[in-house]
Design a protein around this ligand. Sequence first.
Ligand SMILES: Nc1ncnc2c1ncn2[C@@H]1O[C@H](COP(=O)(O)OP(=O)(O)OP(=O)(O)O)[C@@H](O)[C@H]1O
Ligand SMILES: [Mg+2]
Length: 306
Amino acid sequence: MVEALPQEAAAIHTVGLTKAYGGVRAVSDLSMTVPRGEIFGFLGPNGAGKTTSVKLLTGLAKATSGTAWVLGKPAGDVANRARIGYLPELFRYQAWMSALEVLQLHCELAGIPKAGRKAETENALVTVGLADRANDRVATFSKGMQQRLGLGVALLGTPDLVFLDEPTSALDPVGRKEVRDVILELRGRGVTVFLNSHLLSEVQQVCDRVAVVDRGKVVASGTMADLLGLGEIRIRVTELDGDAMRAAAGFGSANKDGEWLTVAGVTPERVPDLVAELVRSGGRIHAVERGRKTLEEIFIKLVERP
Ligand SMILES: Nc1ncnc2c1ncn2[C@@H]1O[C@H](COP(=O)(O)OP(=O)(O)OP(=O)(O)O)[C@@H](O)[C@H]1O
Ligand SMILES: [Mg+2]
């Protein structure tokens, strides 16, 4: 079997994607691959280029250079738009319209056949928890309810790929949990979710894979497990000599800080062997624990200004 090229197989594949606004490089040489069916977290501080990247991928902005494929087609492909849902970062719906009317309007704009519109709008209202407010006007909605409505709009037409630009910025903790559940449900249906967010604990809870951007550039990317260093083991050990350190280095990247030895990149099955090796070399083990960094700690380290 011939393997599909990354641009065809992946939900998103970019090579050297760049967008300059005058002298500002909003996105700079962005190369990344988002596999289909995963929840992808796109993180970065304010002004890092997250929203601009989504605009390039949805075809709302034109790249200065580089290429982007979305669902196997060049970004901005018109036929592809029906397969993509998008919750923009800053949006405002017509205050005089009811939630249902907003959804109906977007069904029309998206070209969803008339016969399917009722089911689509009902589904969206239930999914985002606005079924009992369907006939209330947007003007009477709190910020959080408007954000849920935006999410409902993004889900119309059963898209294969959904871009959510800060979907929970206006939501309370209960609302955030509900959106997390919606995102997980989407993944359950095989939908790819591209999530822009600052809310790192949230990203940590739902994303399979992440990329961290800063000043338009990717500064780290990988699976959540890679990024969190789940393969990192901390061992409190005394009487450790050079031989034992060399032995530890055979298991991963080893660092000693006082009595604590940290070894990164150890798979769980190899931990007993690592401990046995240290004991064999004369080390006395007092504690063994899994490294537990939060995404927030890693993020701050990555984007820290000197
Ligand atoms: N239309 C535009 N014209 C000029 N500069 C722009 C435009 N859009 C974005 N920029 C600049 O590009 C950079 C990236 O902005 P962008 O909105 O993509 O960041 P972001 O990561 O989404 O930030 P935030 O977390 O605040 O939403 C910023 O320096 C911004 O000022
Ligand atoms: Mg933004």
